[in-house]
Design a protein around this ligand. Structure first.
Ligand SMILES: Nc1nc2c(ncn2[C@@H]2O[C@H](COP(=O)(O)OP(=O)(O)OP(=O)(O)O)[C@@H](O)[C@H]2O)c(=O)[nH]1
Length: 556
């Protein structure tokens, strides 16, 4: 058979019969070096149980060390624990046993395999019974019985009921014990297995004896004896005859009772619990017969066994408490670590929140500052514009337009290029104010400003330089071009509609042009003003060009 076939046949999570197990282990031994890790775990578990059965406990526990690793799947670890705990029980190493039991209970929620779940649950009742903690033992025995039902295996169910019956008996709850054994009997009768039926009848006999139902108890004990003989089950044989001895003693038949005790005495050496009962009964019988010397001998034997049993129970109980204490300490430590961890996470969260708050505040502050800056910037621009522009006409004011013009004039003067200045003045403006009111005058000013901006704005720069006076500067423009521009502008000037009136508006212009001969802009403006004056004198609504010869004429 190949390795795969052999592994396929073996279910390491159930209790494989000893002979089958031995064969399997021997067949697998030469193939072990070809095994995958998963196959190796199966082989290890089979070997572990085989070694335990054959008495090589230390080799078996050596394998436990290889399997007790968190990376190995829970079912494999669990099976290893269930084998190890039995070894520790046999070795009387109860501290180790309780430690393993603790591991089993922690791992149990991860186990799905029904038989393995049953096995894991069935170990606790026995070990707690050993420690004399029958309350805990009963609790686990009841849950083991539930798990046993899920396996649908009669033997598992019977074993679990046997444990329950025995615990009830130890607790003195004989009626409940009887009930458990009767159920056990019902179920195991179908298997026809004499061992199980024998043990069920043994249990039943003991619980009936405790209830003083001697005849019924005797009948069960007799049947149990036959069945245990048939199964070649020594423990059962001793137990049934011990029960019979106890029944006969209770019935007053000391002779028969003594007979049964003598029969089982040589076979009972390994069973401390039975020995104790045998010695007690032997002592009673001797005492009843008035044979006090012999009674004393049995009493001594009884005391010695009792002491052994008490010591054993005490040690086991101490082991149980020690492990419970260690586990609790460990749990508290883990709990404390968890709390510290939580605190750390909380702190981290807090830091994170603080960081976010700081970030948000910084962004908010930045936005507020930005907003304030933008507002201030806008305000500055407004003030700047206010300082540059005339509020009524939206043309440049005198100061600003002259500053601008000055710069341009400087360049043109330097290069000897033409530069013309035009001063425009509304004719008879005072009359407009006087006739139609100041508001009408304002409207006329705005209309004129708009026309001038349209005509002059594209060619040069224009500003309001007096009440009803405007000045335009044209870099690089000839006399002819300036004249054309003014004529075009005059044509665009239409009467201004104000309320029901149509106000006629005309302009007078004075022009002065420099072709490099003017040293300053002011003199050029002054000459343009002179030309304007001339236009006014000549009847208005016209332009006049300033000529140097005019100046000379004026001088003469
Ligand atoms: N409505 C209005 N009138 C203004 C403003 N600034 C100056 N004025 C008026 O403009 C008029 C200028 O009148 P004058 O200097 O006598 O000149 P004019 O009446 O136009 O006569 P000529 O220039 O000789 O044609 C004055 O009555 C000022 O009060 C203004 O901003 N709005």
């Amino acid at each position: 058979q190949t390795l795969d076939e052999l592994i396929g046949e073996a279910d390491p999570f159930t209790t494989i019969p000893t002979q089958e197990l031995e064969k399997l282990v021997k067949q697998l031994a030469p193939l072990e070096n070809q095994a995958t890790p998963q196959q190796q775990w199966v082989i290890d578990l089979l070997k572990m149980r085989y070694l335990a059965i054959t008495g090589d406990n230390s080799a078996s526990l050596q394998i436990l060390k290889q399997l007790d690793i968190p990376s190995i799947p829970p079912a494999y670890r669990m099976r290893a624990y269930t084998i190890a705990i039995l070894i520790y029980q046999i070795q009387n190493k109860y501290v180790e046993a309780f430690k393993i039991l603790n591991k089993i209970q922690r791992l149990l929620p991860k186990i799905k395999h029904p038989t393995l779940r049953y096995i894991a649950n069935s170990l606790a009742p026995e070990i707690y019974s050993d420690a004399g903690d029958y309350d805990k033992a009963l609790l686990f025995a009841l849950s083991a019985s539930k798990e046993a039902k899920k396996t649908h295996n009669t033997m598992n169910i019977c074993t679990s009921l046997d444990a329950i019956g025995s615990i009830y008996q130890h607790r003195g709850e004989t009626k409940k014990g009887e009930k458990a054994y009767r159920r056990m009997l019902d179920i195991c009768t179908t298997t026809k297995d004499p061992l199980f039926i024998g043990m069920a009848r043994n249990g039943l006999a003991a619980s009936l004896l405790q209830q003083h139902k001697y005849q019924a108890a005797l009948a069960q004990a007799n049947k149990a004896l036959d069945l245990c003989h048939a199964a070649n089950y020594n423990y059962g044989i001793v137990l049934s005859q011990l029960t019979m001895a106890q029944i006969y003693y209770q019935m007053g038949n000391n002779q028969l009772a003594d007979h049964y005790l003598d029969v089982i005495l040589p076979q009972a050496k390994d069973y401390l619990e039975h020995l104790q009962d045998i010695y007690t009964l032997k002592k009673q019988i001797s005492k009843d017969a008035g044979n006090y010397k012999t009674a004393l001998k049995w009493l001594e034997k009884q005391r010695s066994v009792e002491k052994q049993a008490i010591d054993q129970k005490k040690n086991i109980r101490i082991a149980q408490l020690t492990v419970a204490f260690e586990v609790k300490n460990k749990e508290q430590h883990i709990e404390q670590l968890k709390k510290e961890n939580q605190l750390l996470t909380l702190q981290k969260k807090n830091n994170h929140q603080q960081f976010i708050i700081i970030m948000l505040s910084s962004v908010s502050i930045f936005l507020i500052v930005l907003l304030l800056w933008l507002q201030a910037h806008k305000e500055r621009r407004r003030f700047k514009r206010m300082s540059q522009v005339d509020g009524l006409t939206q043309l440049y004011n005198q100061a600003y337009v002259c500053t601008l013009a000055e710069t341009i004039f400087e360049e043109h003067h330097r290069d000897g290029k033409p530069f013309s200045v035009v001063v425009a003045d509304i004719d008879w403006f005072k009359r407009v104010n006087d006739t139609y009111g100041h508001a009408a005058g304002d409207k006329v000013l705005q209309t004129v400003a708009k026309v001038l901006r349209n005509c002059f704005g594209t060619e040069g720069i224009v500003g309001r330089t007096g009440g009803e006076e405007f000045t335009a500067f044209f870099p690089g423009m000839s006399v002819e071009q300036t004249r054309n521009l003014i004529e075009n502008c005059s044509q665009q000037l239409k009467p201004v509609a104000y309320e029901n009136h149509s106000i006629e508006v005309t302009l007078s212009f004075g022009i002065a042009i420099s072709r490099g001969e003017y040293e300053t802009l002011n003199t050029l403006i002054r000459d343009a003003d002179s030309a304007l004056y001339k236009a006014k004198r000549n009847g208005r609504n016209q332009y006049q060009i300033y000529h140097m010869s005019d100046l000379k004429k004026a001088a003469t």
